[in-house]
Design a protein around this ligand. Structure first.
Ligand SMILES: O=C(O)C1=C[C@@H](OP(=O)(O)O)[C@@H](O)[C@H](O)C1
Ligand SMILES: C=C(OP(=O)(O)O)C(=O)O
Length: 445
């Protein structure tokens, strides 16, 4: 039995909207070039907007989340020039107010820009997709108010809201609970050097998720000359000071590499992702360890990261708090594995693009799987799966997880595969190229 044909919220889903996830005819054998990192691109855009000099971002990601960020900083008065594959940013001395920010469903836009808006010379109005209005914001809004920023959110603690920019921030010390999103900490740190007194941010509460992402923020700030003290667990201090410009090559998005590398593991194939950094703050780098634990051969070579499937796919017990972005693809792998898996530390995924724990359980079970939610994760017991409709709930990573399942399960039909444009401009094209590539070909995004 297959899952019922879902209706979109407006009742419009038809068979044509469904993407038939291709089955792998044999082991995949491909070189897959993955576009730039979403998290790095959007941090670079923010620091470039706050800097005292111009910046060049080389080969940034161009997808919905980063286009929204670029448009938003432009609205704040920053000149953003398309220069071939690059973006050149020319910041102004004073950020402009009286502008609207469309956050789409981008956590980075809805969290990183409200503190920036406090520096603007007027009101900045924020809103986004329907689901964006449900994503956690209240702790960040509270922290901004503690710093003296006026935020008019109608008492909701979510989007939509207006930040009443006053052209500056005094700074000081702020304490907040960032257990629902590490992006609250990153957001505050990004404006730290522009605060008159600098800024100390302290997290108090349940464990902070996605710590590599906070480390990424710290490293990006240091790249532009900020002085950041992260020597005390759960506390960060940014000194006041001017930020320099950037001239930076954006690393490939390692979390977006996940479905392609998973394809090697699932089909007993061989996938090389060129340009994999030898050292990085990207959480997606944890894939190397995860795929190795699941039985694949993983090697970081001069050319990039190579994953070779071995025919074995083991279940695993894994704490993914550091890299929740990987959870959907890892859950798909776990559903195809030879033994059960337990994924822990990812309760905060309930506040992501969708409630990812509920969505993964519902959709994999709709294909005949056995996935149950726990308080902070998922229990996956592999079972024979069958085809059916896989709903994606506007979540790019639900769609890429479905594609991984489809490699082995005939008849998986994916609702709204275009949702992958959030972080990948052409996922279906890349997936198709990977499946038809020969070892000697190069598959480019
Ligand atoms: O700062 C960032 O670029 C991100 C931080 C993480 O957010 P959470 O801490 O909310 O999970 C991650 O999941 C998201 O995809 C990107
Ligand atoms: C959680 C994610 O995105 P966002 O930046 O919107 O939080 C994600 O990309 O997995």
């Amino acid at each position: 039995m297959s899952a019922p044909e879902p209706a979109a919220p407006d009742g419009s889903t038809t068979a044509e909207d469904l993407w038939p996830a291709p089955v792998a005819e044999g082991p995949v054998d491909a070189v897959v070039t993955v576009p730039g990192s979403k998290s790095l691109t959007n941090r670079y855009l923010v620091v470039a907007a706050l800097a005292a000099r111009d910046s060049r971002l080389r080969e940034p990601l161009r997808s919905r989340d980063t286009e929204l960020m670029a448009r938003a900083v432009h609205g704040l008065g920053v000149e953003v020039e398309d220069a071939g594959a690059d973006w050149i940013l020319r910041p102004q001395e004073v950020l402009r107010g009286d502008t609207d920010v469309d956050c789409g469903l981008a956590g980075t836009v809805m969290r990183f820009l409200p503190p920036v808006a406090a520096l603007a010379g007027g009101d900045v109005r924020f809103d986004g997709d329907p689901r964006a209005r449900e994503r956690p914001m209240a702790d960040l809004v509270g922290a901004l108010r503690d710093l003296g920023v006026e935020v008019d959110d109608g008492g909701r603690g979510t989007l939509p809201f207006t930040v009443r920019g006053r052209g500056g921030l005094r700074g000081g010390t702020v304490v907040l609970d960032a257990s629902r999103s590490s992006q609250f900490v990153s957001a505050l740190l990004l404006v730290g050097s522009r605060c008159e007194q600098g800024l100390t941010v302290r997290h108090e509460g349940p464990p902070l998720p996605s710590r590599p992402h906070v480390q990424m923020t710290v490293e990006v700030l240091r790249d532009v000359g900020a002085v950041v003290d992260d020597g005390t667990e759960g506390t960060w201090h940014v000194e006041p000071g001017e930020l320099g410009g950037l001239d930076v090559q954006v690393e490939p998005d390692l979390s977006n590499a996940a479905p392609f590398l998973a394809a090697a593991a699932v089909t007993g194939g061989d996938v090389l992702v060129p340009g994999w950094p030898q050292s990085t703050t990207q959480a997606g780098d944890l894939l190397r360890d995860v795929l190795d634990q699941m039985g694949a051969d993983v090697s970081l070579e001069r050319e990039g990261l190579r994953v070779q499937g071995t025919g074995d796919l083991y279940g695993l017990d894994l704490d993914l708090r550091e890299a929740g972005e990987l959870a959907p693809v890892v859950t798909a792998l776990a559903a195809l594995a030879d033994s059960p898996s337990q994924l822990r530390g990812i309760g905060h995924l309930r506040g992501h693009e969708t409630d990812r724990l509920a969505a993964l359980a519902a959709e994999i079970n709709g294909l005949g799987g056995d996935v149950t939610e726990t308080e902070d994760g998922l229990l996956v017991r592999p079972r024979a799966l069958h085809g059916g409709v896989f709903r994606t709930y506007a979540d790019h990573r639900m769609a890429t997880a479905a594609a991984v399942l489809g490699l082995r399960v005939p008849g998986v039909r994916v609702v709204d595969v275009a949702t992958t444009r959030k972080t990948l401009p052409d996922f279906p094209g890349m997936w198709g190229s990977m499946l038809t590539a020969r070892a000697s070909d190069t598959t480019r995004a």
